[in-house]
Design a protein around this ligand. Structure first.
Ligand SMILES: [Zn+2]
Length: 126
């Protein structure tokens, strides 16, 4: 398997995901795997003056948090995949230790499982 090709894809995707994360959140300085949604603070006086705007801000924060959560998973999966390339364990299913199908990796270079165990991926430890 040509891991260099996957490495390039992963690095490109990592840059994209990182840019998206930075637009809605901030990286935890103590834990690079953890991202927090940016909270747009609004002072109490203007929140009282304009409750609609305050509600919008709250909604925006809730949306940002959902985006951050899903991007964070992708971000950490890409990081993990890149680490596996370094360690020489890339393309091995984390559930069965069988090789991950190449077309699965092409569709999702950060995949942690073979096709058979796709449904178990969300249960794997982060
Ligand atoms: Zn498997």
């Amino acid at each position: 398997m040509d891991t260099n090709l996957f490495k390039q894809k992963l690095e490109t995707e990592l840059a994209t995901v990182e840019r998206e994360l930075k637009s809605v959140g901030v990286q935890n300085p103590h834990n690079p795997a953890d991202w927090e949604a940016t909270e747009r603070q609004m002072d109490v006086m203007s929140a009282m003056a304009d409750p609609n705007e305050a509600a919008d801000k709250q909604e925006e924060y809730v949306e940002n948090r959902a985006i951050v959560d899903s991007l964070e998973v992708r971000y950490n999966n890409i990081k993990r995949a890149l680490k596996k390339i370094e360690d020489g364990t890339y393309g091995v299913c984390e559930v069965s230790n069988h090789p991950v199908e190449e077309d699965r990796l092409e569709a999702n270079p950060a995949a942690r499982t073979c096709k058979e165990h796709m449904g178990d991926e969300k249960n794997l430890p982060t």
